[in-house]
Design a protein around this ligand. Structure first.
Ligand SMILES: Nc1ncnc2c1ncn2[C@@H]1O[C@H](COP(=O)(O)OP(=O)(O)OP(=O)(O)O)[C@@H](O)[C@H]1O
Ligand SMILES: [Mg+2]
Length: 508
């Protein structure tokens, strides 16, 4: 059922004009404006904390605006609940899918509005058939009867999209949908987005990745400090121009790596094995060295990092730190002996959302600070201040609840928490995911400087330019095994991609 194509004079599918939203003293939106048209994929970009997610939450009915206009198909609306937004044909896909894990895929798609048969019973067969038909149209292979628990993030997002289609949503909003996806999954999501656009729906796509914005979108709106900056056709702009509009100055996305003196081996991993997850992983990490760990999502990189740090088990093999064995399964021992792990899933693993920013930053150094007795509070604030400012955490105050920070700023807080422990070995899992372009080069500069001071860094990253730009040496994993090792000079995108994807026979 194609929706009428847009005539230049028709009302926009959705329009926000000078929308204002404050939380207490924090002004999240000063003047947010956005016009979405049918048959278009529109990008919304801006620094961490610029107000993108707040704008989306107003459209979704989660927040009510304090001022400004919100029109759908030319009519003013004012949602007081998410149900109203859904009923008006708006579907929002958040970075973290919000499905019910115990229910089947079909039940999730029809949650809260099961079709009933003539005798008033829930018509399971009709639901199942409709779900299967939607998946076929999307060209994806998901079993409508399986429970949702255990599905990959990518499949969960596809189910959220199926839900949007079954609701016949006219406006589909995706807030950083690709942050947890691998290349193939991103391509599948994009193909689905394009077919929805071709049916005449209006799509909004939020991302910090310019390559994706340029590949997928036709129009882009830039926000800065809660305000609208500009809207342009993608064909008429460039990455440099967009960055200037976002940040208000020139930035290079990648900070050039500083030369560092490479010292002794500090971490040695030998034959690390956890059946079915990773096998026979061996490598060394030296002081001052940045080693990149590349590979596809699901190759087992995060699992190896978690096993080294002690949050996950391993069956055989060993981890040696500064020449002596590191006991298995004790993150506390690992921390005491100088390892820090900045996890991939920061919201779940790294933050106490209702604690303040400074408490979060000092969470892992409590023991040390406690020795200062009554001076604790002052020490805590001093330590937190240093890292909050080095990482440019955008927060109203240091005691602001971490859960109210923007997504990217929450990530910076977790990074700060581990850097505050002054580790000798730092393992960072996707250090700049969800972090905006300006801060990204700051994070790179910081890692580079820390390596220069002798820190040994293992950096897991799915972004090739980041790996190539930062690493002295690159390790590649595929399906739980190390399949490649390259010096900085020999590391090319082709070599890394080959090791990450080639057939087992070809590499063995
Ligand atoms: N519930 C809330 N309470 C207090 N402040 C909030 C709340 N939600 C958002 N904010 C503040 O509003 C500002 C904008 O946040 P928002 O989440 O919209 O940013 P964003 O552009 O989505 O950033 P990111 O790229 O990091 O996701 C931030 O300063 C944030 O701390
Ligand atoms: Mg956001």
């Amino acid at each position: 059922m194609a929706i009428d194509a847009e005539s230049p004079h028709a009302a926009a599918a959705l329009e926000l004009r000078r929308v204002v939203k404050s939380f207490g003293a924090v002004v999240a939106l000063r003047s947010g404006s956005l016009t979405l048209r049918r048959g278009s994929i529109h990008a919304l970009i801006g620094e961490n904390g610029a107000g993108k997610s707040t704008l989306v939450k107003i459209v979704a009915g989660l927040y009510r605006r304090d001022g400004g206009d919100f029109l759908l198909e030319g009519e003013t609306v004012d949602f007081t609940s998410t149900a109203q937004s859904k009923a008006a044909g708006i579907a929002v896909i958040y970075q973290e899918p919000t499905l019910f894990p115990d229910l089947s895929v079909t039940e999730n798609i029809f949650m809260g509005r099961q079709p009933t048969s003539r005798v008033g019973r829930i018509d399971r067969r009709a639901m199942r058939q409709e779900a299967a038909a939607i998946f076929e149209r999307l060209g994806v292979n998901v079993d409508p009867d399986r429970v949702t628990e255990g599905l990959s993030i990518a499949d969960q997002q596809i189910i959220e999209i199926a839900k949007a289609i079954s609701l016949d949503a006219r406006v589909l909003i995706m807030d950083e949908p690709t942050a947890a996806l691998s290349g193939v999954e991103v391509e599948r999501l994009f193909a689905v987005a394009r077919s929805l656009r071709d049916e005449g729906r209006a799509l909004l796509f939020i991302s910090h990745r310019f390559d994706e914005v340029f590949e997928l979108c036709d129009t882009v709106t830039v926000m800065r400090d809660g305000s609208y900056v500009d809207t342009t056709a993608i064909a008429d702009t460039t990455v440099d121009e967009l960055v200037r509009q976002m940040v208000g100055r020139d930035v290079t996305e990648l900070f050039p790596k500083l030369p560092a003196e490479i010292g002794d081996v500090v971490l040695e991993v030998t034959g690390l094995t956890r059946p079915g997850v990773f096998r026979d992983v061996s490598f060394q990490l030296r002081a001052g060295e940045i080693v990149g760990l590349a590979g596809l999502v699901g190759a087992g990189r995060s699992e190896v990092a978690r096993a080294i740090f002690g949050v996950d088990p391993y069956e055989s093999g060993s981890v040696t730190l500064h020449g002596s064995a590191l006991p298995k399964g004790s993150p506390q021992k690992a921390t005491e002996r100088g390892i820090a792990l900045v996890p991939e899933d920061r919201r779940k693993q790294g933050l106490v959302l209702d604690d303040g920013v400074s408490r979060n930053i000092t969470l892992a150094i409590r023991g040390k600070l406690a020795r200062w007795g009554l001076l604790w509070n002052a020490r805590e604030n001093a330590a937190a201040k240093v890292w909050a400012s080095r990482l440019e955490v955008k927060t109203a105050a240091l005691d602001t609840e971490a859960g109210t920070l923007s997504g990217g700023n929450q990530q910076k807080v977790v990074l700060g928490k581990w850097l505050a422990t002054e580790p000798t070995v730092l393992i960072v899992d996707e250090p700049t995911r969800g972090i905006d372009v300006g801060t990204k080069s700051e994070v790179h500069r910081l890692l580079s400087e820390l390596a220069q001071q002798g820190l040994a860094i293992l950096m897991i990253s799915s972004e090739l330019p980041e790996v190539l730009g930062m690493a002295d040496r690159v390790l590649v994993m595929r399906e739980g095994r190390l399949t490649g090792e390259f010096d900085r000079a020999e590391a090319t995108p082709e070599a890394i991609m080959f090791a990450a994807t080639a057939d087992a026979e070809a590499v063995a």
